[in-house]
Design a protein around this ligand. Structure first.
Ligand code: ADP
Ligand code: MG
Length: 498
């Protein structure tokens, strides 16, 4: 028996095949889109802090990844036997097929999304929190755009799997590509020729989709996003050019009273009480693991506490007692008065420097694009980066990234700036530029709490120094007291070692 090329070529124009191809493409795309959306929600549920929600998601994924699609298809198609009300929908093979495919694929797609969600740096959640972004906004603007970029190649792969799985829908007599082929070769017995045509149509659907997906991947590829430098007239004075305006008032901006926090047996904060006055620059120093980071993170609730009270401008802010841990109800709106700068910058990688800075004000409801942009540009100018406004974080050096992060915090017009080791992730030659910006802020009178190993902060800009050891505040003195303290005192010894 000879291979019948003429018959094969005639199948290229066989209308039933083209109809079936359109059907497979449509069924595949619908399954993929619906499954991708539901899968994302399921992946979020899988990470929920609510145990029943987590349990539901886990069980769903376990069950529908274990069930063969064929079983599910026949099950769904026959469901109207028990529930006649479902008949009008489920006895249509297309809908029954779509529902079975979506139910099954959602479980796989959820796991792909979960991998994407896990890949997003936890610092991104923290930066969003510090900018007062609520969960829905956080996932929409910050986490989802990054997670989807990670997940996209695997999501695309899953589409191909879906297209191939549609061939199973022939068991419930949906006229998809394979069934059209089967109907042909059971009549003419030209099995191989027909199957070559069947393969051609599947490859066609997959190729078209892969083409569009790779274009989408290319467009979303952060490393390929570049912004050019802008020519800026030298008129804008960067931070530090202003005169010394420091005046320390009596007004207390932040107060911690008897704050305690343990991690298991480790007491990270032990009965810590601390007041920060308006205009003050407070440095927190101490050996590694002494609780400095934990302390600063409790102020904006990045870290919960076991016991104690934190007030902001004399008002309730955070309380922890026998009744549990509580933040004020309007926490997300008010947290913006605490500008946070992280050790590892935590810039949003999919946004330009300017977008990083405008994001907070825009999220918090400032609709005047031009005004927000102008203010953001002035903050970037303050940190000496106006020329780099259109660059993405991956195009900036560590010191520049940290200065953008400072501008991002300043854009929320904070009452107090919190810095957690702002220079310790930087190469030594880049420390100076960040130090200069922070010094400039100090001379403008900004209230600041700086956790640091950098003794230049302590000696050059702080009015007060707090030293921690094993969770306790062991020294709390003014800059003058520090200067006069004896050379063999605990703090002087520590400062010499660092
Ligand atoms: P520092 O910033 O002074 O180096 P930290 O505040 O980071 O210290 O940590 C204080 C102590 O609390 C350390 O012993 C650290 O291991 C512990 N700790 C901090 N965060 C956590 C956490 N999330 N889980 C468990 N232990 C933690
Ligand atoms: Mg630390």
């Amino acid at each position: 028996m000879n291979f019948d090329w003429n018959y094969l070529f005639s199948l290229a124009l066989y209308p039933d095949f083209w109809r079936a191809t359109a059907l497979v493409a449509w069924l595949g795309v619908l399954t993929w889109v619906i499954g991708t959306v539901l899968g994302f929600l399921l992946a979020l549920a899988r990470q929920s802090s609510l145990r029943p929600v987590r349990w539901f998601a886990k069980t769903y994924i376990w069950l529908f990844r274990s069930l063969p699609l064929l079983v599910l298809l026949i099950f769904v198609y026959n469901l109207p036997q028990f529930m006649p009300a479902l008949g009008p929908v489920l006895s249509v093979p297309f809908w029954a097929g779509l529902i079975a495919l979506v139910v099954s694929e959602t479980a796989y797609l959820a796991e792909i999304h979960r991998a994407g969600l896990i890949a997003v740096d936890p610092g991104q959640h923290e930066a969003a929190h510090a900018l007062g972004v609520r969960p829905v906004g956080k996932y929409r603007h910050i986490i989802l755009p990054q997670a989807v970029r990670v997940a996209l190649p695997s999501l695309g792969n899953e589409f191909i799997t879906i297209v191939k799985l549609t061939s199973l829908v022939s068991v419930i007599s949906l006229a998809e590509i394979l069934l059209v082929g089967q109907r042909l070769y059971t009549r003419n017995f030209m099995v191989l020729e027909t199957l070559v045509a069947v393969s051609f149509y599947y490859v066609l659907v997959v190729s078209v989709f892969t083409f569009f997906l790779s274009r989408l991947e290319g467009r979303l590829d952060i490393s390929r996003m570049t912004g050019a430098e802008i020519a800026i007239p030298a008129a804008n004075a960067p931070i530090g050019a202003t005169s010394n305006q420091r005046r320390i008032g009596e007004e207390i901006v932040v107060e911690l009273a008897h704050v305690d926090k343990s991690f298991g047996d480790k007491r990270a904060l032990a009965d810590v009480s601390l007041k920060v006055r308006k205009g003050e620059v407070l440095s927190i120093i101490g050996p590694s693991g002494s609780g400095k980071t934990t302390l600063i993170r409790t102020i904006n609730a990045l870290q919960d506490i076991d016991k104690g009270r934190i007030t902001l401008d004399g008002n309730d802010w955070i309380t922890a007692d026998a009744k549990g841990y509580r933040m004020v109800p309007d926490f997300h709106d008010r947290v913006t008065c605490l500008g946070m700068v992280f050790q590892s910058f935590n810039l949003f990688p999919h946004m330009t420097a300017l977008q990083n800075v405008t994001f907070g004000p825009r999220y918090h409801g400032n609709r005047d694009r031009q005004a927000v942009r102008a203010v953001a540009m002035s903050h970037l100018a303050r940190v000496g980066l106006a020329a780099h406004a259109n660059k993405y974080p991956h195009q900036l050096s560590g010191g520049q990234k940290q200065r953008v992060a400072i501008a991002r915090a300043l854009a929320m017009d904070p009452e107090i700036m919190l810095f957690d080791e702002p220079t310790s992730a930087l190469d030594p030659e880049l420390v100076g530029e960040v130090l200069q910006v922070i010094e400039g802020l100090a001379s403008e009178g900004m209230t600041m709490v700086i956790v640091t190993h950098e003794m230049r902060f302590v000696s050059r800009i702080s009015n007060r120094v707090v030293m921690m050891e094993n969770g306790y505040v062991v020294v709390d003195m003014t800059a003058e007291e520090l200067e006069k303290s004896p050379a063999d005192s605990r703090i002087q010894k520590f400062m010499r070692q660092s």
